[in-house]
Design a binder for this molecule. Structure first.
Ligand code: SF4
Ligand code: SF4
Length: 324
């Protein structure tokens, strides 16, 4: 239950307070007490040093390859007219089966105020698929904007490090406000307003059918993220992330945190698109020795790769073997 509660709090932009002693298990309290005064800076640095991090880490390599492969499937299928995958990420037919991006489907239903059978088939298929695959896995493993903004993020972080710019953050609750605004706009105008400005759809269509003027908008978003606010679109605006975060509430694919070996140095939070989900890694932040990271997590694996103590791992609920 606490996974679902934490996930809902994170999805609506709430901060989860540090658990009180009464909310923590005796086991995790003993672990925190045992670490008191034992983790010196030198210990942390030694473990960090032993954990060689590379530019393209293990899960990042797999993720980028998958993302490029999925998007190229659409491109190749259109280009060679093989009809394996027809359409774009927002709505497609895969080997004859209808697929509809859940957020795009919601926008269509609100705008046109009726749902045709093919849309229902597409919604159910995609819902079940992302339920099995992890919900926001869509963001980091499929969304083409994620890849571009990940590259832009490297530039942003470099500029921050060089003190050329400062990062600016916003209240995360604004994402829910945008979610409601886009839904209302579709309902009132009868037009899928969000779809025209969504970089996910714009990029997917541009890759398949060729570039258009809308790419200027994507360029402006990236410039905003590079010079003003790190990963701003995904963190504060995009309703697709919220929709798939809701799907992830029931998904068995999660990232699991183990408090025992953790050095609490915070490397994981530095690389995470949604660092609030990793606040449980701050000392005394976990309620239990093992705790699942909330469903706002995109299952990107950056924290799994960077963690020097292997305290963060992928898991498939119900299967004892964890993915490393
Ligand atoms: S939040 Fe939106 S733009 Fe960002 S990765 Fe997810 S779907 Fe793509
Ligand atoms: S918690 Fe880990 S897997 Fe989830 S989004 Fe953050 S870095 Fe990626």
């Amino acid at each position: 239950m606490s996974y679902i509660k934490d996930s809902i709090e994170h999805l609506i932009g709430n901060k989860i307070p540090r658990p009180s002693k009464q909310q923590q298990s005796a086991e995790v309290q003993a672990i925190y007490a045992g670490k008191k005064g034992k983790l010196s800076k030198a210990d942390v640095e030694a473990v960090r040093h032993a954990h060689k991090s590379t530019f393209l880490s293990k899960w990042q390599k797999r993720r980028w390859a998958t993302l490029i492969f999925v998007n190229m499937l659409f491109v190749a299928s259109f280009y060679f007219d093989v009809q394996l995958v027809e359409g774009a990420l927002t709505g497609a037919r895969v080997m004859g089966f209808h697929f509809a991006d859940l957020n795009a489907a919601l926008q269509v239903a609100l705008a046109y105020k009726h749902i045709v059978l093919n849309l229902v088939i597409g919604i159910v298929t995609v819902f079940l698929m992302w339920l099995l695959l992890g919900g926001r896995t869509f963001c980091s493993w499929v969304c083409p904007y994620h890849l571009l903004s990940e590259w832009a993020e490297y530039l942003h972080l470099w500029l921050v490090k060089k003190r050329v710019i400062k990062n600016h953050t916003f209240n995360r609750k604004v994402r829910i406000v945008f979610y409601v605004v886009f839904a209302l706009l579709a309902l009132i105008t009868g037009y899928t307003v969000f779809e025209t400005i969504s970089p996910t759809g714009i990029l997917s269509r541009a890759l398949i059918y060729g570039p258009g003027l809308a790419l200027v908008w994507v360029g402006l978003l990236l410039l905003f993220e590079i010079f003003y606010s790190r990963r701003a679109w995904c963190r504060y605006v995009c309703p697709i992330g919220v929709t798939y975060g809701v799907v992830g509430l029931l998904s068995p694919v999660r990232v699991k945190y183990n408090a025992e070996a953790c050095h609490h140095e915070g490397d994981c939070r530095k690389v995470c698109l949604v660092p609030h989900v990793l606040e449980l890694t701050i000392r005394s932040g976990a309620r239990d020795v093992n705790q699942d990271v909330s469903s706002d997590c995109t299952r990107c694996g950056m924290c799994v790769d960077v963690c020097p103590t292997d305290s963060l791992t992928y898991e498939v609920k119900g299967l004892s073997k964890m993915l490393k």
